[in-house]
Design a protein around this ligand. Sequence first.
Ligand SMILES: Cc1cc2nc3c(=O)[nH]c(=O)nc-3n(C[C@H](O)[C@H](O)[C@H](O)COP(=O)(O)OP(=O)(O)OC[C@H]3O[C@@H](n4cnc5c(N)ncnc54)[C@H](O)[C@@H]3O)c2cc1C
Length: 564
Amino acid sequence: MIRINQLTLPVDHGEEAIKKKAAKLLKVDESAIGEIRIVHRSIDARKKPQLLFSYIVDVMLANSKREGTVIKKAANQNIRAEGFRPYAYPEHGTAEMKKRPVIIGAGPAGIFTALEMVKKGSKQKIIMVEKGQAVENRHCPKDKTKKCVNCKPDCHITTGFSGAGAFSDGKLSLSYEVGGDLPSLIGEEFAQELIDYTDKIYLEFGADPHVEGIYTGEDIKEIRKNAIHAGLKLVDCPIRHLGTEKAQQLYLAIQNYLADNGVEMLFSTECENIILEDEECKGVLLRQGNGEPRAVYGDTVVIGTGRRGADWLEKICAEHHIAHKPGTVDIGVRVECRNEVMEKVNKVLYESKLIGYPKPWKNKVRTFCQNPGGFVAQENYDNDLAVVNGHSFKEKKSENTNLAILVSHNFTEPFNQPIAYAQKVGELTNMLGAGHIMVQRYGDILDGKRTWAKELAQSNVKPTLKDAVAGDITAAMPYRAMTNIIEFIKMLDMVVPGFAANETLLYSPELKFYSNKVKMDANLDTNIKGLHCLGDSSGWTRGLMMASVMGVLMGRKLAEKEGC
Ligand SMILES: Cc1cc2nc3c(=O)[nH]c(=O)nc-3n(C[C@H](O)[C@H](O)[C@H](O)COP(=O)(O)OP(=O)(O)OC[C@H]3O[C@@H](n4cnc5c(N)ncnc54)[C@H](O)[C@@H]3O)c2cc1C
């Protein structure tokens, strides 16, 4: 089958026009086309006053053996081979349905659900479904290739056992004030209690006992005084730093523990849908690594698909009327400067969590994920969206510190698709960077000019993301977000002198998809019986510790239900 993207026609086109246009694009005679199936149609209003339909169509040739030759000859990036995978709904079994929880996604939320159930003595046969690989099989080829090769079917950085946590910096935020809105659902005191409990589990599995960011002394007073002067709030948050390489060992130990305790882990298996009967969740429909469909039944389905699965969960919510509301998306940049500039805050705070509301809009702008001696990283979401992130190793250090500056965006009416909005910003930035992360010097932004590669080489700060492309991030960043970022950097310069230097690097796009907050109560029950949504994809968390905590709470509830 051949897929054609962006087949455009005037909106008043006749019946045969699609076939004619498809034949033209494929450079074949109309008679060579057997069947055409419309996959998607949207209106393209960019060439006003002319309105066009833009189609995605699948074309079956009369002689299917010619597909390869035709695609090659067409030499068009919108034309490619498409596999045909009809979904065969599996037959319902006749045996009595087992009482078991099915966990979708082996990120911290899913893992800690299973872990807590095991710890509480659950006898249930827990099944965990993960579209990525086991932790020991996760290898980012970039280590060898030095540039992102866009792994298919999934990015090793964000998928696989331990989710986005395995390759993450592994900074566990030990305060309820950081990591998401879960405390507003379950209470701040209880959230802190669960954080302390979960932290002990991390220690059990080998986390470094040292805690950063316990603030005392004169230096912190000075930093706070400057923050107050700049109009910024300094949030206190102790941090346990696992480090990227140590985090992988720790999660491997957890994976082994779960396997030893009978948790069945299905890797390379993607959940495509949930099974609902009479408004009750009865199981899930899976697509296994070999392409075969499989239905798994259980009395409880726990979805923890992370940021990568937020889009998918949004569709599932819409399809099955799972109560949810649009949440927030964060759009921002990853900032990188020399360690010397950040020396004081790095030493005293390790991670400075500063929040401001710059003029004129007074939107919430904050620092996030600070990596002293760290590295800027690229991660790829579905649809090849390249976004920037940052991490740091426990041993290997760079000469730079990176951190994110994020601007929160909320929508009301008539638009309520925050994920789609942020995606468009990301796509536009990727387009201008020819599929790469873009980087620009702060001074060039103020001067209204793009940054050239040779100019990067003239600075003290050398980009740690080597395949980032020098360019103009302002050409894609919405005006409001860009102004917020510039004003916030000016405020930060009062706390960290030199932060607003001309050579400071801004990488784009840094996007955080926390959207689509699934409505639930303190028992983590949704409006669909038997269905629970956890972690970053649920919209209630945005970090390793809080996602793990939500898992612990879920595991406890399920164990209690079982009578443990
Ligand atoms: C580079 C990087 C650095 C980070 N650094 C930090 C940090 O230092 N500190 C911090 O607190 N947070 C950090 N984070 C964020 C943190 O990793 C996440 O907040 C956390 O992992 C969320 O946990 P989760 O279980 O909700 O989702 P995830 O960890 O994203 O796990 C979800 C899992 O579900 C799987 N999945 C998705 N869809 C499906 C499907 N349909 N079927 C089957 N499986 C599916 C995915 O493959 C994934 O493994 C970082 C993230 C990244 C990417």
